[in-house]
Design a protein around this ligand. Structure first.
Ligand code: CA
Length: 249
């Protein structure tokens, strides 16, 4: 399981990393919100738990948590803070924090809460991966396994991030529809400030590498000049390759 620690006090970050790694978890450290969100979005395999200090430079922990919740409603978030006022706790829970600990914290208690949140996370991922109908989608020779965050294409297995997965789901739900970059930004990224139309293109390029036989000449994820993209789940074979379409394409 993978933990993202967002903490600007280096000494505390080091203690957390050391102890989490000793428990066998994979650990990523970020000292501020923008770095944390970038790590979160690019992590492969995806992050399973965020341990979040609330008092941070650049972006408050509250704001980070709200953004995380827009990216993934289920990712467990454990907040840590030196503030003990009940209003601070309420604000944290309003932002979607699952658990709250005040500093200085007891390490055994922290580890036990982390174990608990990760157990729940594991069970929820397992539940998702045994739901076969919606969570495994097949088209042509691509198998998208949303429970496992995997795409299997021919002999290759690719791991998807949460966002790549959401984007692919969105394309699948809008089979054949021309989708502008603005619409993708608003529907998939919920207009969060950290997404530019350029990064939409980067996400599409990554999906192409996972699902297209030839990413430079895509058959599923088509570019629509000046607008955006159109996903085609079952491309009609054109005359030139119709002979081999049933087996090769
Ligand atoms: Ca701090």
């Amino acid at each position: 399981m993978r933990i993202l620690v967002v903490e600007d006090e280096e000494a505390i970050a080091r203690v957390l990393r050391f102890n989490f790694e000793r428990e066998g978890y994979q650990v990523d450290l970020a000292a501020d919100g923008p770095t944390a969100l970038e790590l979160y979005e690019s992590a492969q395999p995806p992050v399973d738990l965020v341990v979040l200090d609330l008092m941070l430079p650049l972006m408050s922990g509250y704001e980070i948590c709200r953004t995380l919740r827009r990216l993934d409603t289920e990712i467990p978030v454990l907040a840590m803070t030196a503030r003990t006022l009940s209003e601070d706790k309420i604000q944290a829970f309003d932002c979607g924090v699952d658990q709250y600990m005040t500093k200085p914290f007891s390490l055994p208690e922290l580890l036990s809460r982390v174990r608990n949140l990760l157990d729940r996370r594991r069970r929820s991922l397992e539940r998702r991966s045994v739901r076969p109908t919606n969570d495994v989608v097949r088209f042509c020779d691509v198998i998208a396994d949303f429970g496992r965050f995997e795409i299997r294409h021919k002999d290759e297995v690719h791991t998807m991030t949460t966002r790549e997965q959401e984007l692919l789901r969105y394309f699948l739900e809008n089979d054949g529809v021309v989708l502008s970059r603005a619409r993708l930004q608003s529907d998939v990224w919920k207009d969060s400030a950290d997404i530019s139309s350029r990064s939409v293109d980067n996400f599409v390029m990554r999906l192409r590498r996972m699902i297209e036989a030839d990413p430079s000449s895509p058959r599923h994820l088509l570019s629509i000049r000046g607008t955006g993209y159109r996903f085609v789940r079952e491309p009609v074979a054109d005359a030139s390759d119709s002979a081999s379409s049933s087996t090769e394409e």
